[in-house]
Design a protein around this ligand. Structure first.
Ligand code: UFG
Length: 341
């Protein structure tokens, strides 16, 4: 089976490509390296000891994208490629709509033209907005608070409309909670451009001495220690979830939607402590104001994915922290150091 993976050089994309290659899928990766490095591709080959096709294409260039469909008989698409920084999306909404939505529309057009009927979409728990309670189940009301989240929700809505209109389509919408961790080899991991927005890359940069102190956004939430609670999930578990979703689409289920989370919430302070235990590094932190738009508590009910996909997160918080640390400590300058050397 030929799987087109958009954004395959990115954080979740690269781990998923490794998993697909392990399962002997033929993989075609498309990426424009807007928030990733070409070195990732070599690292994927090194880990998997397998090869795959790669196209450096910006998805907003439909002519270039069509070449990929012309040259490969694509059976299914896993669509990761997107801009994903919440704060940036508030400042540059059009960039987010143009990049995330227009590119996806082009992909949908080409899917139709080349009769590709299976599609896995990289969505996010952000589509639940400010959830009224936790754990979150898939049929909770959907709402968003920023353009990034809106771009995800709009694409979900378009997919629902398409599945209603075209009975031949099989679509899996996967709503990720908070991905952290890295491949066990320490060869691939999360490497955001600039100062990280998300907590784990921020913690690892503090641990490796690239940033002085972690700012904890509020300790006055109604939680066990006042800091925000999230459902951190190992990126390897997420990657496996995509393979399970592809298998599900082979049963022609139409549209299916799953939370990919562990079902357990950890506070920021619990995460920091777990990281210190795993790395032996003390993480200096200061408590600052709450970050606008943050919710106090967010964790999944992942039982639907377990029941219907046979998927369940395997890794606990300690192993997630160990793997994040292995990646960062082996690559203190991310992929850049290797690029120079
Ligand atoms: N946090 C800090 N300091 C930081 C960064 C984060 O204290 O420097 C806290 C946040 O306040 C929150 C927790 O750490 O309590 C997690 O924050 P992240 O930014 O890592 O993750 P979010 O839950 O805010 O966002 C993630 C994804 C988004 C997605 C969102 C909702 O990054 O893409 O989940 O599901 F939209």
């Amino acid at each position: 089976m030929n799987i087109l993976v958009t954004g395959g050089a990115g954080y979740i994309g690269s781990h998923t490509v490794v998993e697909l290659l392990n399962y002997n899928y033929n993989v075609v990766v498309v990426d424009n390296f807007s928030n990733s490095s070409p070195i990732v591709l070599d690292r994927i080959r090194e880990i998997s000891k397998k090869d795959f096709k790669f196209y450096e294409v910006d998805l907003t260039n439909k002519e270039d994208l069509e070449i990929v469909f012309k040259e490969n008989e694509i059976d299914a698409i896993i669509h990761f490629a997107a801009l994903k920084a919440v704060g940036e999306s508030v400042k540059k909404p059009l960039d987010y709509y143009y990049n995330n939505i227009l590119s996806t529309l082009y992909l949908f057009d080409l899917m139709r033209k080349y009769s590709v009927c299976k599609f896995v979409f990289s969505s996010s728990a952000t589509v639940y907005g400010q959830p009224k309670k936790c754990p979150i189940v898939e049929d909770f009301p959907l709402s968003v608070t920023n353009p990034y989240g809106r771009s995800k929700l709009i694409i979900e809505d378009i997919l629902r409309d398409m599945c209603f209109a075209y009975s031949s389509l099989d679509v899996a919408i996967l709503r990720y909670f908070n991905p952290i961790g890295a491949h066990k080899s320490g060869l691939i991991g999360e490497e955001p451009d600039g100062i990280p927005n998300n907590i784990m890359p921020y913690i690892t940069k503090v641990a490796v001495g690239k940033l002085p102190v972690l700012n904890i956004f509020g300790d006055d939430y109604d939680t066990l220690d006042g800091t925000g609670i999230r459902d951190y999930i190992h990126v390897l578990d997420l990657a496996r979830g995509h393979v399970k979703a592809l298998k599900k689409l082979e049963e022609n289920p139409g549209l299916v939607t799953y939370n990919l989370g562990t079902g357990h919430g950890y506070s920021v302070l619990q995460l920091v402590n777990a990281f210190s235990r795993a790395s032996g590094k003390k993480i200096p932190y200061t408590i600052t104001d709450r970050r606008a738009g943050d919710v106090a508590v967010c964790y999944a009910d992942p039982s639907k994915a377990e029941k219907e996909l046979g998927w369940k997160a395997n890794y606990g918080i300690d192993e997630m922290c160990q793997d994040s640390w292995r990646w960062q400590s082996k690559n203190p300058d991310g992929y850049r150091e290797t690029a120079k050397g």
